[in-house]
Design a protein around this ligand. Structure first.
Ligand SMILES: Cc1cc2nc3c(=O)[nH]c(=O)nc-3n(C[C@H](O)[C@H](O)[C@H](O)COP(=O)(O)OP(=O)(O)OC[C@H]3O[C@@H](n4cnc5c(N)ncnc54)[C@H](O)[C@@H]3O)c2cc1C
Length: 372
């Protein structure tokens, strides 16, 4: 068997999207995955344009376009990917948040992103489950949701040329070679590390910090929600760098269940559900959707986001290792941003023109960490 052009370590959504994009440009790809069940299996799969800084906006906007382009094929070839262009409602609880909604509207529309401001009455008419007294919302029409584990599978199984996927735990990268725990050694033209929070096992210098998150899914109920509902305060919460925080985030699943987030906790790798944090998160959700009190949370779980100091992923060639590329640190947005990440990886690996400016995500921006 010939050596592959690229060995990808990690078959989460980021590794899968990169493998898919590499196959699309004719590269032969071997994907090694330890089946550890990473963030892709734990997360929410909300496909959302985030605009906290221009680089995040560029990556999420380009990615949303790709998700929409993939949608018809995913629906035909793997309906369980459950892509749905539900849109997001950024809910404003008071006048200050309404002002923030208006600023967000201006920023998004300046980039050609379809969105509209809704007043209190329009919001109540669209989503009657929300409590009365809210001030309104920003509706971002092109956002969506996907079942990320199935989407990753689809990306690996429906590429332009077959992608070899092997269940193996890599333990060491040595130039172009990857050594696995089972004693096998694999050699490729290049190695792409897309192992999520586990990437520091190979590159301890990577400035990745785990951010734990809780999720809960309810049983089915008769009340219907049409959009992903997120409180505007979520953005404050998402960018906090210390302490524990919660925010209201509800995703209506196609089954009629409601998937609830979100919480953020730093510097723990304990996967156990923390009942105090979970209770805070659910209380917060009930402040927005009182009808939640009539539902049962039938499963709760946690996952770990891989956070970088500036909140942007690390994409590109490792500054110290000529044959090693990185696609890590996607924090709470990696399902959304996997497609544009993959395009940047392809451009960097093949030396072609990048579709978006790669500088904000360049591994070299953490030069002092590599030197230390
Ligand atoms: C609670 C929570 C909610 C989230 N909600 C959203 C959301 O709504 N929208 C959104 O866009 N993003 C969301 N995210 C973030 C998103 O899930 C992640 O950014 C994304 O899944 C990261 O994908 P990844 O492929 O980089 O990593 P992972 O999904 O963690 O995949 C890493 C893969 O590497 C493999 N691996 C690790 N070590 C090895 C090894 N030694 N050898 C071989 N394989 C190895 C693992 O088995 C795993 O399959 C959420 C995350 C969490 C935790």
């Amino acid at each position: 068997m010939h050596n592959p052009d690229v060995i990808v370590i990690g078959a989460g959504i980021v590794g899968a999207a990169c493998a898919h994009a590499l196959a699309h440009v004719g590269q032969s790809v071997l994907v090694l995955d330890a089946r550890l069940g990473g963030a892709t299996h734990a997360g929410m799969g909300h496909l959302v344009v985030m605009d906290d800084n221009p680089a995040e906006l560029a990556l999420s906007q380009a990615s949303l376009a790709q998700w929409h382009a993939w949608a018809p094929r995913m629906a035909a070839e793997a309906p369980h990917t459950a892509f749905h262009a539900c849109g997001t409602l950024w809910v404003a609880a008071d006048a200050e948040e309404m002002q923030e909604a208006e600023h967000k509207r201006q920023r998004l529309q300046a980039h050609g992103i379809a969105c509209e401001l809704l007043g209190a009455a329009q919001l109540a008419a669209l989503e009657p489950v929300l409590r009365p007294g809210l001030h309104g919302a920003l509706r971002v029409c092109g956002d969506g949701m996907v079942y990320a584990p199935s989407a990753a599978e689809w990306l690996l199984g429906h590429a332009a040329r077959p992608i070899r996927v092997e269940a193996r735990r890599a333990c060491r990268i040595d130039g172009r070679r990857v050594h696995c725990e089972d004693g096998s050694v694999h050699e490729g033209g290049a190695v792409l590390l897309a192992a999520g929070i586990h990437a520091t096992q190979f590159c301890p210098e990577l400035p990745l910090r785990p951010k734990k998150g809780h999720l809960a899914i309810t049983d089915r109920g008769s009340a219907t929600v049409h959009h992903q509902l997120v409180e505007l305060g979520y953005v404050k919460n998402a960018h906090q760098t210390e302490g524990t925080s919660v925010a209201f985030n509800l995703q209506p699943r196609p089954t009629g269940q409601w998937l609830l987030g979100s919480s953020r906790q730093f510097d723990t790798l304990d996967p156990a559900v923390d009942n105090a944090v979970l209770a805070r998160m659910l209380r917060r959700a009930m402040e927005y959707v009182p009808a939640l009190a009539d539902r049962n949370a039938i499963r709760t779980w946690t996952g770990f986001r891989a956070a970088t100091p500036d909140g942007l992923p690390i994409i590109g060639r490792h500054p110290e290792h000529a044959h090693l590329w990185l696609a890590v640190g996607h924090e709470g947005l990696g399902v959304t941003t996997a497609p544009a990440t993959a395009d940047l990886v392809v451009a960097s690996l093949l030396g072609t023109a990048p579709p978006t400016d790669p500088a904000p995500y360049a591994p070299t921006r953490f030069a002092q960490e590599y030197a230390a």
